[in-house]
Design a protein around this ligand. Sequence first.
Ligand code: GLN
Length: 192
Amino acid sequence: MKIGVLAIQGGVAEHKHHIEALGHTFVEVKKKEQLEHIDGLIMPGGESTAIGKILEITGMMLTIKNKILWGLPAWGTCAGLILLAKKIENEDKKFLGVMDITVIRNAYGSQIDSFTSSGIIKEISKIPIPFVFIRAPYITSVGENVRVLHKIDGNIVAARQGDILATSFHPELTENLEFHRYFINICRKTKQ
Ligand code: GLN
């Protein structure tokens, strides 16, 4: 599979490492043309406002939005989840707006703005997966076509809508490859 990673800002190298560790091809996506031959797109963590601004300036916002609406599998981690959301509670704007979720940016506040935890997500792995949260958002509500994959303390931190995946945390910052394996399987099924 050829997996694109939006390479404007944020944790690109870490996603590249995981994609390659699973035997797939990493494609750096900095320009519109690089979106042409990929089987899935990962949008990494970083700063959603900065990434969003550059997506607007380069015209990539609309291209990515249309590609996802036409079926390109997409996965947003942290800032990437914010880019996907239809509504951001503490902002008056939205970015791609392709996933029927409402999110809060920097939802964990300043005191515990970064923390780690772990948990079993049955759909993904039978053993606990480590979670790393960095100034993370969480999802406060989902539409009926969205499946909640995981909650922590009642807050939704992983969800799926069709071939769109969103996580508040960063699987690329751990040694665990299960989330990447799960996403690449989605890409494989869509391609077939
Ligand atoms: N706080 C960032 C934002 O609002 C997200 C942080 C991250 O991606 N680790 O965009």
